[in-house]
Ligand binder design. Sequence first.
Ligand code: RP5
Length: 307
Amino acid sequence: MTSFEFALLPLLYLLLILKNPPTSAQMMSSLVKPGIFRHLMCRNNMYPRSSVLRYPVSDEQVFWSEPFPDYCPPAYTAPHIGGQVWADPPLPSDTFRPQWNQLDGQVNRESFHGAYNVQNGLPLNPIGRTGLTGRGSLGRWGPNHAADPIVTRWKRDGQGAILANLTTGKNIIQMVAIQRSDNKLWAIPGGMVDPGENVSVTLKREFTEEALNFTDKANMVERFFQAGGVQVYQGYVDDFRNTDNAWMETTALNFHDEDGSQVGQLELMAGDDATNVRWTDVDSNLKLHANHADIVREVVIRRNAHW
Ligand code: RP5
């Protein structure tokens, strides 16, 4: 190949991408992929709400495939989860025998990323090391399933006209974001899926509890969620609570109020474990809890909104 032809390679690659844009499934699976994604948030130095220090793990040492003979993470399970109905009993145990990688009674122990390994009786984080064993403050060993409703509307001026960004010319989308009380970060108002619960129920419940905190428009909210959302992500969440043996996974759906006449008009009110709630402009400066900004980006792509 001549140096001229070599120089043309990036251009050819770009043309190929433009001709065959990635499908939404490909985009979703590239968000957090075992073997590629390196933990960012859940290698935080001090485990949240504790004085336990995680064992330092460098970018290269995240993957289980990378030998790390000195790896000696502390074990920590928060005392307050003991005996809670939403939490598993401790392990090892003579009586508690979880059925890994399957539906275990009502508890879903399957990962969206395929079968995870079990080592010395404990499930292994499918992404890699976090510097901590045990469950931390998560209730379940293995995957802890959540649901995240991304409720959006177009940003409008006082006359109701949709506002576009002057540089990109694309319409500006807004989302309902809550400020979490545990780490003070802004986030999608998601929550845990109860055992046996349908994700659609979790999505509506969490949104109502965290972002509305009142029920006078309950019928309209019910209809809005019933109309159905668009699934934009299903998989691992880079949550600051994850450990080597317990981690968050989510199903995220976008519920869009196209003409702003439904949920887009409601007065928001923070409730449950949210300290604040607001309609937030979505763009590339968005900083959210865990990898929520990456998940929201999937909505932006689908709606062809400004980023
Ligand atoms: C995140 O934590 C999930 O994406 C979801 O938003 C949330 C669920 O945990 P809680 O808010 O119930 O603590 O990892």
